[in-house]
Design a protein around this ligand. Structure first.
Ligand code: ADP
Length: 494
């Protein structure tokens, strides 16, 4: 790992263009949005002037309302369709929106249509986003030119590739790719190559070629000046074939520029003392107020009212998140342990249906809402006793960090960032009063069941449980340290 230069207050202002497919609060499907939304403010005190380049999805357009913004470039044709780059300032954060109705003004989500199917043209939609980023670096607009491109995930990955094949200015612009989840790489057949408008030489082992196909993320891993991922543990894991998902070879070749920087959380948005989504606010000295939130959750999820533990899930309902295994434990949790479970999530249709049907067998004990509901996700953290996160892999994970902050004790596997952020409540940790959660090594029915059981047993001892809550709530996962880490990295590149 490289040495960083020391930060000094006289440092020049660095103009960073963050390129991403989501940013909270404008558009969010997962943790990527939280991170991109938080970075501009978090890094600003370290000499970073960050702008976010985001597609102008229909949902974002609606949020902007009548605000017109400032046109900074007009494309007659961006891969065949007209497009515009428009600057806006929203709550003190600079955005440039890529406006192209053909690509982004659609009824579904950012990646999938209303039936849950990937848009057939995602490759060109996100190639357009990436190309616009590289064009800005190449000086296409007099009004804005970044010093560094910071691309997030496969949707922005081609920005690092277009830079290398751009004009001299673009080629001289440094780039960073951040991997939020290596499971998503943007792999497409060879046949789309021509539509990307890259020179033939880009289709190469040292470019975007990948076993005869095209892999957007691989291109960035090859060309970016630095690679980051969202926790130190995940940075180590993706070097292995177990977690590298076929890209471990490329990442190993570039391990000298690989950094694991743990995500922070926005302490203003996630603050149980002031959170408007809660029925009752609280802090570590008024934990009894959580009960009012718990009562509200019991009503919302149609659960029996009880002081027994209430577990929750706030998650994409997917195989990665281990929801299939949890689904098999409803009997154990409700009948054997006498606990309740409230699930908020959406994701793979088959899994959603399995969970809905199974939950029907445990009326009043297991409640499920298939939805994406930001307010309810806050209330769950503020009222449930514990959040279950049985992921098969987890680059960083944010819900355990929100759980810690809200005293909603995480039960997690030991993968990725989950391992970097939780201290297991084993006897020694409870004895030394440092425990913050419950962990298990490998995802299996037995391991998950056992760790939930440990939580249920610990919950019976109110003093121990409250101590764990207080330890959790005193953890510092603010953006400060990580933001400085990013700023130091930017500085080392300019
Ligand atoms: P991932 O990005 O892999 O989905 P993270 O734990 O990093 O997982 O981030 C998930 C983010 O999305 C968190 O902010 C979490 O609160 C939020 N979230 C997930 N599912 C829902 C949902 N159904 N409703 C509201 N928020 C959700």
């Amino acid at each position: 790992m490289p040495n960083y230069p020391r930060y000094d207050k006289q440092a020049l202002i660095m103009k960073i263009l963050c390129v991403a497919s989501e940013a909270y609060p404008l558009i969010k499907t997962g943790g990527l949005a939280d991170v991109v939304g938080a970075l501009p403010k978090a890094t600003s005190k370290y000499g970073v002037d960050m702008t976010i380049l985001l597609p102008l999805y229909r949902q974002v357009k609606e949020k902007l309302g009548k605000a017109k913004g400032k046109l900074i470039h007009k494309y007659k044709s961006l891969f065949g369709f007209p497009a515009r780059l428009v600057q806006h300032e929203i709550d003190g954060v600079n955005f440039i929106f890529l406006e192209s109705d053909n690509y982004f003004d659609r009824a579904g989500g950012p990646y999938i249509d209303e039936n849950g199917q990937d848009y057939f043209d995602n490759f060109i939609r996100f190639a357009a986003l990436s190309k616009a980023a590289a064009d800005l670096a190449g000086g296409i607009s007099k009004k804005y030119q970044p010093d560094i491109i910071h691309a997030h995930d496969w949707q922005a990955a081609l920005a690092c590739v277009y830079l290398k094949y751009g004009n001299e200015k673009a080629q001289n612009t440094k780039s960073i790719i951040t991997i939020h989840n290596i499971a998503f790489q943007g792999i497409y057949g060879r046949t789309i190559f021509d539509s990307l408008e890259l020179p033939a030489s880009a289709y190469n082992m040292n470019g975007i070629e990948y076993y005869g196909d095209i892999n957007f993320l691989k291109g960035a891993l090859h060309f970016a000046d630095a690679i980051t991922t969202v926790s130190p543990n995940y940075a180590n894991e993706i070097l292995t074939s177990e977690f590298g998902m076929g890209l471990e070879g490329v990442i190993n070749e570039r391990s000298n520029v690989l950094h694991g920087i743990v995500n922070g959380i926005d302490l203003d948005i996630w603050n149980p003392k002031t959170d408007k989504a809660l029925i009752a606010n609280y802090d570590a000295n008024s934990l009894e107020n959580r009960k009012k939130n718990k009562r509200e959750l019991e009503k919302i999820f149609e659960l029996e009212e009880s002081d027994a533990p209430l577990f929750c899930v706030v998650s994409r309902l997917t195989h990665q998140k281990g929801m299939d295994i949890l689904n098999d434990l409803f009997y154990d949790i409700s009948k054997t342990m006498g606990a309740r479970l409230a699930i908020l999530g959406s994701g793979e249709r088959n899994l959603e249906n399995d969970i809905i049907n199974n939950a029907k067998l445990y009326k009043n004990m297991v409640g499920i809402k298939i939805a994406y509901d930001e307010n309810l996700s806050h209330l769950l953290q503020g009222g449930a006793d514990s959040i279950i996160i049985p992921s098969r892999f987890e680059p960083c994970g944010l819900t355990q960090l929100y759980g810690l902050r809200y005293g909603c004790i995480p039960i997690t596997s030991r993968f990725g960032g989950l391992n970097d952020t939780i201290i297991d409540a084993n006897e020694a940790a409870i004895g030394q009063n440092v425990a913050t959660g419950f962990q298990f090594n490998r995802l299996s029915h037995n391991e998950l069941r056992f760790s939930i059981m440990r939580a249920v047993n610990t919950y019976k001892n109110k003093e121990n449980w409250q101590n764990i809550q207080k330890n959790a709530m005193s953890c510092d996962f603010s953006w400060d340290k990580s933001a400085k880490h990013y700023a130091d990295l930017y500085k080392s590149l300019v």
